[in-house]
Ligand binder design. Sequence first.
Ligand code: ASP
Length: 393
Amino acid sequence: MSLWSRRKFFLTSLAGSAAAGIANLFERTTPAAAASGLTPSVGNGVRPAAPAAQGKRPLIISSANGVNALGRGMDILKKGGDTLDAVVAAVTIVEDDPNDDSVGYGGLPNEQGEVELDASVMHGPTHRAGSVASVRRIKNVSRLAKTVMERTNHVMIVGDGARRFAVDEGFEEMNLLTEHSRKIWLAWKASTSFNWRPGIDSPEWKDKMSSIFEDTPEDQALLAYAQRVITDPPTGTIPCMAVNEKGDISATTTTSGLAWKIPGRVGDSPIIGAGCYVDNEVGAAGSTGKGEENIKICGGHTIVEMMRKGMSPKDACLEAMARVARNYSNDKKKLATFHIYFYAINKDGQHGAASLWRNGYEPSKRAMYAVHDGTESKLVECAPYLDEIGTSD
Ligand code: ASP
């Protein structure tokens, strides 16, 4: 699923419905909590898990934007290939896709118009990790993170050092800003920068926009999208994790991070233990959405540790979500200002995911993630921590 369509409704989802339903949303426990007797009040560790559903191996999962890419990873798993090769091969398709403006080539840039990418990998069988952050001009940063893991004794390389390391290792340097992303960035710049005024509410705004966007249906749709992402800077990412037939596990997470970020801002995706974590004896976890919230709870590591104690992937994701909510004292108005998702698999080939809100980025659509269990790649609903904004079921 294209992030484009998810984001089209992001603003409406938050702004349009926040006022209507906030008061009704939080009187219930999470489905997993209800099912397992958990209280999602958090932080106090481990409680008995719900009865485990049967898992299936090999298995590969990702955020919803990977639904058309998981097949490549599954092919590698079925041929007996390495789990890290499988997840990196899958996310490379999304990194290469100029139409996904949350990852790799065509990602929305920082405030200076430069695309800056973050990525991490963990390889379960060898207990190794690699990551890169704030990398410019290199498209396939998941492979770059894997290269850090394989060719150095470091775990994390950032900024210009990571770019130079990539060039030394034979990666091609390129401009990552597509025309699509450049136009949206120009519109954002025009709306926010003192030097680039007129602002979005001024009478001159329309004239300014017609100098950037042509009078074609495509460009007008792009302008409408730009106006949404200007007001609410989007995030987006692809985490991907796999377990093979014999139970080895790997994961990667790759992103262009938060649009219009301060240059050098790093989210959760390259942070081992937050945006990506693997323990080959237990499972793997990853995240999308507002990375700052995940970093504060070390989500990836938390989820894997919960699974180690017996929680299902879904309940472990909900437990991490409860910690995020607790950091805002479960204040629904504050929580309604962002989205966050957690995804996990365990060694048995079970999978699960949780979204902070039932409706994800689009008010009319449930939050989903992508799963390939050997037969087909399909979208599956995330377990919501909170009900859809604006409803009271
Ligand atoms: N988590 C990523 C970050 O904060 C962005 C996202 O997943 O949407 O950089």
